[in-house]
Design a protein around this ligand. Structure first.
Ligand code: ATP
Ligand code: MG
Length: 588
């Protein structure tokens, strides 16, 4: 195929668009791949659409190769199925809702578990029909609180979502592995530097769950890797290594001390070291138990107070906490809520005032490191006073534990005893997880088993962000001068640039472009007259086709310059050899 810059629907921009924060977003707009239609909603221009189609092609090929069959659901969906699984409510502000002329409720699908489950229920009734995997590459809608970085977090985006249906656990495990393997092949072809990490299952329910994260500083996900073993997890899914619960026998009795003007951990530790020095070592922030007050916001708008107790050297990581509580959102406790609990003295809150059985009635969850037999310095629920040697399991019993403390570089690996954790940033590109029977149960998807008995089907759910992948590849490959596509998904194989004023240059360029396209290569020909070579080269660098071929001054000596966009390496090739040379280069 051959496209000409003289007629291509394209206007490159020299200036960065004002709304763009990350490099890939700026360049995709400047190079004429996408245009913003509304916040988080983009129009695809010819160049962008070619890249998107190439990504889709890779995904489609790999899905087909594991025997998944393609279907396509509408984006406009009725309320009822989502009501049956409670997601109509759980999604809260996260979905676009609308009404038809008869006042019936609809939504724009954020993901399609319900629809797939119902479709299979409609058509299949026996174990003999299983296993089954279905997929679609389709537009999703989510009213994201913070649309960000262009295609990376859109409100309209393309997802490949597939779902597996099996009669038993072993079947689910096999379907899961097949998808996971297909994802490895997809992301290898897309040229990502990626990590596969343990994930939480979030709003979807279910058990086994892994994410494919593109390694990128602009990523919104933080993951950890062990320095010693193969443990890797999204921080949301990290379960910290907990000490063994100890005995409370023989531990010093709790005692309240005056600690004036110590509302912060730092001031408290300083005072302890001065007035109550330990014999073994100085006091540290990690010896204190800090109690953080929060307000939980349920999707239906109701709120609930929550207190979290954690070692004083840790902070509450909201994203990690929300990962466990999804779809609940978390915010610091409002002053209004705090006024309802006069027994909670800001800066001096202790476990005795917390818990469902306590005077405040505020639910109290602690970090898993606060095990029975550990002693803490914590608030005495009076201004300027703290309690020392307050022992978990003896002096207080929380309502439960929760993984809410931040995870840091150097933390102990939860999987091995030798390693420590290293944190890094990533972009979630894909997610595979075992849903189990949650949706099949809610929507009544059952089939007859080998004994003629009804069995609930077990499901897996597997997503790839297709439009996000375009941005993530752009982000991972660009350089100071522009986009720099890997060959697999570049909009064209070759960018031919005709420079100069001689007609012979343009004639030769047009002839070569025709021959190369007849060979089956995708060629972009810059045939613009009265455009300076400088402008043409800048555009070629910005657009980022992997090979730039210059037909110009060298023609007098019978050569054409072939330049690698990424390395900048140039080779002069004889005119007569250039078609064979380029064909071999592209076909690799
Ligand atoms: P995130 O945590 O980034 O919001 P998610 O966990 O909600 O994503 P899934 O429901 O697992 O996403 O969707 C499957 C895939 O769809 C994700 O792995 C991601 O690649 C893509 N995706 C999700 N939300 C968006 C979005 N707002 N814009 C673009 N792609 C998205
Ligand atoms: Mg996910």
């Amino acid at each position: 195929m051959l496209a000409r810059m003289s007629t291509l629907f394209l206007r490159t921009l020299r200036e960065d668009p004002a709304e763009a924060e990350v490099a890939s977003h700026k360049l995709l707009i400047r190079a004429g791949y996408i245009r913003r239609a509304a916040p988080g909603i983009y129009t695809w221009l010819p160049l962008g659409l070619r890249v998107l189609r190439n990504v889709e092609h890779i995904i489609r090929t790999e899905m087909d190769s594991i025997g998944a069959q393609e279907v396509s659901f509408p984006a406009l969906l009725p309320r009822e199925p989502y009501e049956a699984t409670n997601r109509w409510t759980e999604y809260g502000d996260g979905i676009f809702r609308l009404k038809d002329r008869k006042d019936a409720d609809y939504l724009l699908g954020p993901t399609h578990e319900e629809m797939f489950t119902l479709l299979v229920k409609d058509m299949y009734s026996s174990y003999k029909d299983l296993p089954l995997s279905l997929y679609q590459i389709q537009t999703k809608y989510r009213d994201e609180a913070r649309p960000r970085a262009g295609l990376l977090r859109g409100r309209e985006f393309t997802m490949k979502d597939s779902y597996s249906f099996d009669i038993d656990e072993a079947g689910l495990e096999a379907s899961y592995q097949a998808h996971r393997n297909a994802y490895v092949r997809i992301f290898d072809q897309l040229g990502f530097d990626y990590a596969i990490v343990k994930a939480t299952a979030g709003a979807m329910g279910g058990s086994k769950s892994e994410e494919f994260l593109a390694k990128a500083d602009v990523g919104e996900d933080t993951y950890v890797r062990c320095t010693h073993c193969d443990y890797a997890a999204n921080v949301e899914a990290v379960a910290v290594r907990t000490p063994e619960a100890g005995t409370v026998e023989g531990l010093t009795a709790a005692h309240v001390e005056d600690t004036p003007a110590t509302p912060t951990i730092e001031s408290l530790v300083a005072l302890l070291n001065e007035q109550h020095p330990r014999s073994d070592r100085p006091w540290a922030a990690g010896d204190t138990l800090k109690n953080v007050l929060l307000t939980l916001k349920h999707p239906d708008g109701t709120t609930e107070p929550l207190a979290i107790g954690l070692p004083g050297d840790r902070e509450v990581d909201t994203k990690r906490l929300e990962g466990q509580l999804e779809p609940i959102e978390v915010a610091p406790m409002t002053d209004e809520e705090l006024r309802k609990h006069p027994e909670l003295v800001k800066g001096y809150i202790g476990p005795e005032a917390l818990g469902e059985e306590s005077r405040s009635g505020v639910r109290y969850l602690v970090d898993p490191r606060v095990v029975t037999g550990t002693s803490w310095v914590t608030g005495a629920n009076e201004p300027g006073r703290h309690v020392l040697d307050l022992v978990a399991g003896r002096d207080f019993t929380p309502d439960g534990t929760i993984e809410a403390a931040d995870v840091r570089d150097g933390d102990a690996c939860p999987n091995c005893t030798e390693g420590t954790l290293e944190t890094a940033k990533g972009i979630e590109m894909g997610h595979v997880f075992q849903l189990g029977k949650k949706y099949a149960e809610a929507l009544g998807l059952q089939v007859l088993d080998v004994n003629g008995k009804l069995q609930t089907v077990t499901m897996g759910s597997y997503g790839v962000g297709v439009t996000r992948a375009v941005a993530a590849v752009a982000e991972g490959t660009l350089d100071e001068i522009g986009l720099c596509w890997p060959r697999n998904i570049a909009p064209y194989d070759l960018h031919l640039v005709a420079t100069g004023k001689d007609q012979v240059v343009f004639d030769t360029a047009a002839r070569l472009a025709g021959e190369l396209s007849a060979e089956g290569l995708d060629v972009l020909l810059d045939d613009r007259e009265k455009v300076s070579p400088g402008v043409k080269f800048k555009d070629a660098e910005l657009i980022g086709v992997p090979t730039i071929v210059t037909i110009g001054r060298g023609l007098a000596d019978g050569v054409i310059e072939v330049k690698d966009r990424r390395s900048g390496e140039k080779t002069d090739v004889a005119v007569g050899d250039v078609v064979a040379h380029l064909t071999a280069l592209v076909r690799g």
